[in-house]
Ligand binder design. Structure first.
Ligand code: AGP
Length: 515
């Protein structure tokens, strides 16, 4: 709140030049109650206010560097809210006799499905009966009202104890929603991706960039694309991307929220260097969806739990569709393999349901394997799954969990194995089975207890691991989509046993809108 008590703000984002502003404001006599960057905003509003709130907000916004979605109230106009955004999501909800603003559309769906997406630099005044939007020059602009298709039920728990569990259970339906509109008469069609065959042939490499689980989805996607299309794929953390890209590079930017600041920055960088960008995004109307040259939506529906589950599996699904589509267009796959793989993809929702049904015993394994720091190991596609499994465990149960490429153990990490060290071995890749089995033997010989994850019917693993969890048999190229499910459940039940706040883990936000 401002010193004169006239203004109060809520802020999502980060003001990068706040120390400089703070020094200036203190010199001018403003008293700070906190160490937050946000507090500088409210004192600037007081400084620039001369009876015209819009002008004060515009002048304040002009001084701010960084990212912000601001909600402002002023005691002079108690029936109005003022909002402004820059590099941080801000959505207006249009109601009847009431209007709203939020950073995320999921917060609005139980109130209204009519929304207005604000652009960077835009300002709006909301009263119960009106919404006025102005551009960064203060000129009034007419904004279209979009209709959100997500249902209210989808944004509620529907009888489940946590959103995360509900979202795990929704995966068969979510993957089906991602597949169904894109497979027609046995062929993959990607509406929204309009590169001609000539242009596709001109692509010399693909870069996948994303953060967190979306990055791990990219790691799995890489194996699928390289195997089916025989095009080199580089997977880069968006926050680390120093792109060697040009107009012959195709960039896949993956994001559930479509608002992750690091991912947006990477996208802009790639576009500036001439690359064509495909966004693989869940939230319609999000920044990445708007900035990308083409957008492939994942159709997962609203994902509320901070730990992504159906967001991740639908990202994998779209990557698999993309791999098959490209492989066919480039003539890198024979007709028989193409038909088999498309069919296999169509079986994924059913197999996901089987995976969930087969893994009812997971809560019983929690006390044995999730009471200590955990190692997740695997090779190739299984390694990509191990990465995601360890992240799930860390973020919701707060247990220390690390993933290692199984073949790397003997290059150092195996020194950490001691009596009773839990090791989760992902072992779904038939071609690499024997090698991973050797790694299981190695860690067991040093005292580890091993929980293996493999495809049904794998007898060898039963004789080597202490416990085994199974998924249905599946083409290796798509196995990550099934293999991740037991790991999501393991993390969920571990967190539940520890009494953690599963849907809202400490220190984390659903969309990370600051770099
Ligand atoms: C996943 O469980 C995480 N909460 C996090 O790693 C997430 O995947 C990452 O922040 C990227 O988010 P995005 O998909 O919305 O860009």
């Amino acid at each position: 709140m401002s010193n004169d008590g006239r203004f109060a703000v809520v802020h999502n984002g980060i003001i990068e030049n706040y120390l400089e502003l703070r020094r200036e404001l203190i010199k001018d006599g403003y008293i700070f109650q906190s160490e937050t960057d946000t507090e500088t905003i409210v004192h600037l509003l007081e400084l620039y206010y001369d009876g015209d709130i819009k002008a004060a907000v515009m002048k304040t916004a002009a001084r701010l560097e960084g990212s912000y979605a601001l909600g402002i109230v002023c005691t002079d106009t108690p029936d109005a809210l003022y909002v402004v955004r820059e590099a941080s999501p801000l959505i207006l909800g249009v109601g009847v006799g009431e209007n709203y603003f939020a950073s995320d559309v999921t917060a609005l769906v139980s109130h209204t499905k009519n929304v207005i997406y604000l652009e960077d630099g835009e300002f709006a005044k909301l009263t119960p009966d009106s919404i006025t939007v102005c551009d960064c020059a203060g000129r009034e602009v007419k904004k279209p009202i979009s209709r959100v298709t997500w249902s209210v039920e989808a944004a509620e728990k529907g009888g489940y104890e946590h959103f995360m569990l509900k979202e795990i259970m929704e995966q068969p339906a979510a993957v089906k929603a991602a597949l169904a509109p894109r497979i027609h008469e046995g062929r993959v069609q990607l509406d929204g991706f309009e590169l001609g065959e000539e242009e596709l042939r001109g692509i010399s490499k693909i870069i996948i960039t994303a953060c967190g689980s979306a990055y791990y989805a990219g790691c799995s996607g890489r194996y699928a694309i390289e195997r089916l299309c025989r095009v080199p794929v580089q997977v880069e953390l968006a926050s680390e991307l120093r792109p060697m890209v040009d107009e012959h590079t195709l960039v896949l930017v993956i994001s559930q929220s479509g608002e992750t600041a690091d991912t947006i920055a990477a996208l802009k960088e790639c576009k500036a260097r001439g690359a064509k960008v495909i966004g693989i995004v869940n939230v319609v109307g999000s920044t990445i969806a708007k900035l990308a040259d083409f957008t492939l939506y994942t159709f997962a529906g609203p994902e509320i739990a901070v730990a992504t589950t159906k967001g991740y599996t639908t990202q994998l699904t779209v990557l698999y569709l993309f791999a098959l589509y490209m492989a066919e267009k480039l003539g890198r796959i024979d007709a028989e393999s193409y038909t088999t793989l498309v069919k296999e993809l169509q079986h994924l929702p059913r197999k996901l349901q089987q995976t969930i049904d087969m893994n009812w015993q997971i809560p019983k394994l929690v006390s044995r394997y999730a009471s200590h720091s955990l190692f997740f190991i695997g090779r190739n596609t299984d390694y990509a799954v191990a990465l995601e499994g360890a992240l799930k465990m860390k973020e919701i149960s707060y247990l220390h969990a690390e993933s290692y490429a199984a073949g790397e153990l003997k290059h150092g990490t195996i020194a950490l194995i001691e009596e009773n060290q839990p090791v989760i071995a992902v072992c779904c890749n038939e071609a690499l089975m024997d090698k991973t089995l050797s790694n299981i033997v190695e860690v067991k010989a040093r005292g580890a207890k091993v929980l293996a994850l493999s495809c049904k019917g794998n007898k060898k693993i039963v004789s080597q691991a202490d416990d085994v969890i199974f998924i249905p048999r599946v083409e290796t190229v798509f196995s990550a989509a099934l293999a991740v499910v037991p790991l999501q459940l393991l993390a969920y039940y571990a967190a539940k046993e520890k009494g953690c706040d599963i849907d809202k883990p400490k220190n984390l936000a659903k969309s990370v809108t600051v770099e």
